[in-house]
Design a protein around this ligand. Sequence first.
Ligand SMILES: *[C@@H]1O[C@H](CO)[C@@H](O)[C@H](O)[C@H]1NC(C)=O
Ligand SMILES: *[C@@H]1O[C@H](CO)[C@@H](O)[C@H](O)[C@H]1NC(C)=O
Length: 450
Amino acid sequence: MRALDYLLAAAAVALTVGISTSAHAAKSPRIQTLPPLREQAKIVDAWTEERKALIPGILRKYGIDAWLISQREYAEDTVFWALKEATQFSARRRTTYLFLAHPTNGAPSSYQWIENTPLVWDELTSILETQQPATLALNDHAELAFSGGLHAGERDAIFSALGSSKWTGKFVLEPMLGIETVATMVPSRLEWYKKMMETSWAIIEEAFSERIIKPGETTAWDVEWWMREKIQALNYTTWFQPSVFILNKDGFEAMDDPRAPDGLIEYGDILHCDFGVTALGLNTDTQHVGYVLSPGETGADIPNGLLEGLEKVNRLQDITRGNMKIGMTGDEILKASLDQAHGEGIQGKIYCHATGEFGHSAGTVVGMTNLQEGVPFLGELPLLKNTYYSIELYAEHFVPERNQTIKFPQEEDVFWNEETESWDWVYGQQTKFHFIHTQADKGVQSQGEL
Ligand SMILES: *[C@@H]1O[C@H](CO)[C@@H](O)[C@H](O)[C@H]1NC(C)=O
Ligand SMILES: *[C@@H]1O[C@H](CO)[C@@H](O)[C@H](O)[C@H]1NC(C)=O
C-alpha cells in the first residue's frame, strides 16, 4: 500500500474507534540493552541502599521499635531478596538482620550477621538489652508471603536462643513492615523500569508480526519459545513462561489456565499474550492482543467489533486506575471500579496486583480472576503509594462480525506519580491491535511501528 493510502487507512481506524493520537500510541518501542553485569550490580545495590534507608521510617509509621529477620542458607525469608546485595545469590550460614526504629546513643539502625555459631544470638541480645525496644516484629503471618517468610524451624531456633530472656514476650506481628519494605519503589528505579517495559513491548511487537508468525505454519507455542529465546538473547530473564492464546472462531475460555494450549495460528485469529521480562531485580507484566489479517485484508479492514472491544477494555483500565486511591483497600477499589464499569455498561473482570520487585509483588490486590467480590487478606490491605501495579483485567464485548461475545484482556504496568498523584503508564496503553500482515499488504507496517 502506498504511503497516502496508508495514512488514509490509519485515519479511518482512528476515526472509527475515536482514539486520540496520543504520544503513547504513536511511539515505537525499542529494545533497551542492559549494561555489563558489574555496572548492573552497582545500579541495583544503590537502589537496595535507598530501600534499606527507608526501613526505620517504615517501623515508626507502624509503631514498631525493632524488626528481626532471620534465615538459613536456602531457607530465606521472602524479604531477604529485597535486602540482599547484588553479589549475594542466597543467604549464607545463618543470615540475620535487625532493624531499629529509634536507635539511641549513636547506635546504627541496622545490623547484619552471617554466622554459624551462637555469637549472633549473644550479640543480638546485647543490642536488645542496650536499646530496649518495646516491640520486636517477626515475619510470621499465616497468609501473607511478604510478612510470613520466617521459616518454622528458624522461628523455633529464635525462640530457643532467646527463650530464657524477656525478649520472646516482646514479639509482635505487623504485616505492613514486610509489605511496605518490598513494595516501595524508590524513584531512581523508574528510569530502568521504563526501559524494561519498552523492551517488553518491543518483543511483543516483533512476536506478533509477520516476521515471526506465518499463518497455517506457526503455532502458539512456537511464538512462546521464540519469546523465551529472545529474552535470553537480550541477557534478560523472565519470571513466568510467556503465554500465547489463540481466540479463534470457536471462542476461547481458557485464559485462567496456567498454560495456554498449543494450536495452529490461522488467518483471522485474535491472539493474546501474557508476557514479562526480568532484569535488575525488577519484573514486568504485560498482556496485549494481536490480529492475524487474512489475505487481502489490511489493518483498515479489521472488524469494527474488535476495535470496539479494545476500546472498551481500555476504558475499563482507565476506570480501574482512576479508582486506585491511596489508602483504600484493594477490595474497596475493586467494588468502586466494578460499580462504575457496570454503570457504564461494561462487563468484565478485574484482577490487578502489585509488581516490580517480584512479578506478583507485595501489596494489596484488586480482585482475582476467581474472586470478584473481594480477596481475603490480600484485598484487605491498604493501597500504598510509590509502588508499581499491573492493571490486569478483561472486558466482554459482543462482536457482531463474529456473532460472539469475546473477552478482551489487557495488562499494563503503572507507577505512582507523586507529582500528579496519579497512576501513570510505565510505557503506554495498547490502543491498537498488533497486526500480523499478509503478502497483500506487506508494505504496511502495523500502526504501533509508526
Ligand atoms: C549479552 O551478553 C553477552 C556476553 O556478555 C554480550 O556479548 C552481548 O553483547 C549481550 N547482548 C545484549 C543484547 O546485550
Ligand atoms: C448467532 O449465535 C447464536 C447462538 O450463539 C445463534 O442462535 C444464531 O443463529 C447466530 N446467528 C447467526 C447469524 O449466525
